[in-house]
Design a protein around this ligand. Structure first.
Ligand code: BES
Ligand code: MN
Ligand code: ZN
Length: 512
């Protein structure tokens, strides 16, 4: 997808299709009697655009409802061949999150009609238009992805070019930078989605590690890959307990990003971010095997790890001034004669003894050693992402992912990141009382905590391995997979967390 920026009025743009957002500005539609009446208005407000769509507004064919689309040919008074009007919802609740979706809707609408070049009139949103440019480009990138990798008659519908139309007099350089950065982030999110989409026979832990290495080397990141011997040598008993049941070898993937000009030893006080991902390339449940129904979806149990790899790709290209290390524990979770069994006791790298109650609670085991290892590598701030619990999906559905934090300052950084990424996360608690639910009779802790509060007891388990290091845990079990096609995104892997992780890293730039 090529991006080009021009500054002019929408009417002057010559393109295959001009895309314009229309908002329901009920305030402007207020009648004398003060009754609120809907008033679809284009954003940006522009007399030529209003004129071109006037009849459609009068006839009620445009209402500005979110994701509504109306295509006009030969729009009067405009130089573009077509005009696509996309509803953005209510004007007073229109944010970059709505714009991202509207842009995605426009892009998928046009692509499916083989229109693969368009111009996008940047709507009014915040100062300077950078937020709008970012949202349009991110939304377009996400929409431009399809999961039909292995369909033999795969059609290439991808958008070839988007011309971003900014108001005359806009600051071109800063808009261009915003658009270029958004493209990096959006493409990195799609890189993650490609990994998550791969079936487990094609993306084994070994292949995941190779893909991470290839990406890293092409972008100047250091990537270290460790196999079974090294995992055992590091005494990663929790990670190994999951890996031991599979014929596929596990991989511990470590990717390092160092900002340019950093001395060998980081100055004390500078943050080192640790991004720890769950990389279960297939989760059968192990001996506590899952039911057959829907098990095919468990190829996406490496979505947290893939999010870390995608985020590192973006970080390598955006070059924030902060040190970041990604650690991905990649393995299958299989039943076999070598597999661990309920009741087994495993000693994690940290020395903690874990009683295995359910071999299907494997994500927390591989993360336990990943998190502890991150600390031994000198990470001062930790963030993990994992498709960790079905309980989180029960609690929050597919709309919000779960977020947990053991420290208010790191949580503040994460909320700043969310403001920019537009991703939806909802905070869940970590009261010490929940810890009692995972106390074991025979060992330090159990790997499950009973029927209730399953997302929280899983987080409490992880908390045992971060000690007092500031830490964020993201449970993305629901949000990592879209169950149906939406007008702005295809069914399948979503790439959730990539954008927030990149923004999160940026909030630590130059901090000490
Ligand atoms: N990978 C699953 C969690 C999951 C479930 C992700 C559904 C996406 C959709 C995880 O490894 C798991 O099996 N968790 C168990 C934990 C239980 C045994 C305590 C679960 O959530 O049922
Ligand atoms: Mn499981
Ligand atoms: Zn799992």
């Amino acid at each position: 997808m090529e991006l080009r920026l021009i500054t002019t009025t929408p009417a002057e743009v010559e393109s295959e299709c001009l895309v314009v957002i229309v908002l329901d500005d009920i305030e402007r539609g207020k009648e004398k009697a003060e009754k609120l009446r809907s008033a679809p208005k284009p954003s940006p407000r522009d007399p030529a655009l209003e004129k071109a769509m006037a009849e459609l507004v009068v006839s009620g064919e445009i209402t500005a409802k979110a994701q509504e689309t109306v295509l006009l040919h030969r729009p009067q008074g405009l130089k573009s061949k077509r005009l696509l009007v996309v509803g953005g919802g209510k004007a007073n609740s229109f944010t970059s999150a709505e714009l991202r979706r509207a842009a995605g809707t426009a892009l998928r609408y046009l692509r499916s009609r083989t229109i693969n070049s368009c111009a996008f009139a940047l709507p009014e949103l915040g100062e300077g238009g950078e937020a709008a440019a970012r949202a349009v480009v991110e939304g377009a990138c996400v929409a431009d992805y399809d999961p039909d990798t292995y369909r033999s008659e795969r059609k290439d519908l991808s958008m070839k070019e988007i011309i971003i139309v900014a108001q005359a007099g806009s600051e071109v350089a800063s808009l261009e930078r915003a658009a270029a950065e958004a493209k990096i982030v959006g493409e990195s999110q799609n890189f993650t989605r490609e990994l998550v989409n791969e079936p487990s026979n094609r993306l084994t832990p070994t292949v995941l590690a190779e893909r991470a290495k290839k990406m890293s080397e092409s972008l100047g990141l250091k990537c270290e890959i460790m196999g079974p011997e090294k995992i055992k040598e590091l005494k990663m008993g929790a990670f190994w307990s999951v890996a031991q049941g599979s014929d596929e070898e596990p991989r511990l993937i470590v990717i390092r990003y160092e900002p340019q000009g950093t001395p060998e030893q980081p100055a004390s006080g500078k943050p080192v971010l640790g991004l720890v991902g769950k990389g279960i390339t297939f989760d059968t449940g192990g001996i506590s095997i899952k039911p057959a129904d829907g098990m095919e979806k468990m190829k996406y149990d490496m979505a947290g790890g893939a999010a870390m790899i995608g985020a590192m790709r973006a970080i390598a290209l955006l070059k924030p001034k902060v040190k970041v290390i990604a650690i991905i524990s990649a393995t299958e979770n299989m039943p076999s004669g070598k597999a661990q069994k309920p009741g087994d006791v495993q000693i994690a790298m940290s020395g903690k003894a874990i009683e295995i109650i359910n071999t299907d609670a494997e994500g927390r085991l591989v993360l336990a050693d990943g998190l502890h290892y991150a600390r031994t590598l000198g990470c001062t701030h930790l963030i993990d992402a994992a498709t960790l619990t079905g309980a989180c999906v029960v609690a929050l559905g597919m709309v919000n992912a779960g977020v947990f934090a053991n420290d208010e300052d790191i949580y503040r950084h994460f909320t700043l990141a969310l403001e920019r990424s537009g991703e939806k996360f909802w905070r869940l608690p970590l009261d010490p009382e929940y810890g009692e639910m995972i106390r074991s009779n025979i060992a330090d802790i159990m790997n499950t905590g009973g029927r209730y509060g399953g997302a929280i007891t899983a987080a409490m388990f992880l908390k045992e391995f971060v000690d007092d290091t500031p830490w964020i845990h993201l449970d993305i079990a629901g949000a990592a997979w879209m169950e149906e096609n939406k007008s702005w995104i295809a069914k399948g892997p979503t790439g959730i967390a990539v954008r927030s992780l990149v923004e999160f890293a940026k909030t630590y730039e130059n901090s000490n």
